[in-house]
Write a protein that binds this ligand. Sequence first.
Ligand code: FNR
Length: 185
Amino acid sequence: MARTVAVLIGSLRKASLNRKLAEALMARAAPELTFQVVELGDMPLYDPDLEDAGPPAAWTAFRRQIASADALLFVTPEYNRSVPAALKNALDVGSRPMGASVWNGKPGAIVTGSPGAVGGFGANHHLRQSLVFLNVPTMQQPEAYIGGLGKLFDDAGNVATEATGEFLTKIMAAFAAWIERNAAP
Ligand code: FNR
């Protein structure tokens, strides 16, 4: 069935390897999935006083984008063995006001990527911890810690390593099935 997936990328930089990874994942997905990359960089840090004063327009736009999606794909680097602040801020913004979280019940998947060998394991599991609280049923298998990102893409941005390309396809096939099992009817 046709589903829309909000894609949240934890890196803000233009030449982000994780953005390339997100693009490679989207390109490998089944045609019933439509993707919308939701930009995180222009949202003020979450502050309940701003909420009380009338939420910033960037928060409201973000909440609307997430609310209209059927599912969530997180693609992120690891910062200091945890979730980059921009992505954590997005989680916090979407979780409030209390009782109106836009995350609630939407199926999700996490792919972490790093030039290093560990593939963002720490960020992956810290993010998973927040998503438990936010009631996002998050795909468990295949686990997706993509190491060696610095060498993964050729100059045109294509995945240069066949085995990794196949793994990305496998992730997206499993995610499509996960969405069908867990999305709101
Ligand atoms: C990093 N990087 C990093 N890498 C990693 O594997 N584990 C880590 O804990 C960290 N910590 C970290 C902190 C900060 C503040 C920065 C800026 C970077 C390196 C990081 O994986 C690398 O810069 C990636 O290229 C970032 O992803 P994008 O921006 O290319 O998508």
